[in-house]
Design a protein around this ligand. Structure first.
Ligand code: 13P
Length: 256
């Protein structure tokens, strides 16, 4: 399986800044066959960046989209409008869940809409600090994963990726803590067990599972060697070109 390095730029960079960053990233990046590099800029930058990108070197992701294809939904952008523009879409990020009130029902429709429109959803799941403190981590992972995938059948699952992002490890969370490789390994093992229950072992092992939460070039190697982890979802560090290039370099070394 490839290693996936996904940069989630969140609400950062103007369209011009995004374009300059992408230009420099394309220049700095060799063509790594086994490492799939993906960036998720603001929706506004997707169109211009799609004309600028070299798809042999990297791909684009949306940070969010709406599950209906068209209609009276003021302010929304649909997966069908993103079709052809992006290869991936982040769905169910904890910032969408907790700041914008997205629930598992909406997220399951978004996952299904992405798959229907030939866009790979990166389904984000993960517990908050208090859920972990109350011993609810396994239940949250199960609920969010099964909820998110409940409209995805056996054909659809081959087009889905999962990202384990414990909310307490995200750098913008107050008093964020680094997740340990053991904590990640345990969560990823559970994710694969649930995928196996849902789709069988052969299919489950082919679903890429990413880790996200304060990833940088110093800890990327340790996180990428956690059993069952196939890539990283990078927030803050993906905004710093040298850091992001170094993380991709680490992925290449771990891969080979
Ligand atoms: P940080 O890498 O800044 O912790 O963000 C993680 C994240 O939320 C990526 O989606």
């Amino acid at each position: 399986m490839k290693t996936y390095i996904v940069g989630n730029w969140k609400l950062n960079f103007s369209v011009g800044e995004a374009s300059i960053y992408l230009h420099k990233l394309l220049k700095a990046l060799p063509n790594y066959r086994d490492v799939e590099v993906v960036v998720a800029p603001s929706t506004l930058a997707l169109q211009p960046l799609s004309l600028q990108i070299d798809r042999h070197k990297m791909k684009l992701a949306a940070q969010n989209a709406f599950y209906r294809d068209y209609g009276a939904f003021t302010g929304e952008i649909s997966f069908s409008q993103l079709r052809g523009l992006v290869d991936y879409a982040i769905v169910g990020h904890s910032e969408r869940r907790y700041i914008f009130g997205e629930n598992d029902k909406m997220i399951q429709k978004k996952v299904a809409a992405a798959v229907r429109n030939k866009i790979t959803p990166i389904l984000c799941i993960g517990e908050t600090e208090s859920e972990r403190a109350f011993g609810e981590t396994r239940d949250v992972i199960r609920d969010q994963l099964m909820g998110g995938l409940s409209e995805v059948g056996d054909d659809g699952i081959s087009k889905v990726m999962v990202a384990y992002e414990p909310v307490w490890a995200i750098s913008s969370t107050k008093a964020a803590k680094l997740a340990s490789p053991d904590e990640i390994a345990e969560a990823v093992k559970l994710i694969r067990e649930i995928l196996t229950e849902m789709y069988g072992a052969k299919v489950a092992e082919k679903v890429p599972v990413l880790f996200g939460g304060s990833v940088n070039s110093s800890n990327a190697g340790a996180y990428l060697t956690v059993p069952g982890v196939n890539g990283l979802l990078v927030g803050g560090a993906s905004l710093i070109l040298s850091e992001f290039v170094d993380i991709i370099g680490v992925a290449k070394r771990v891969e080979s």
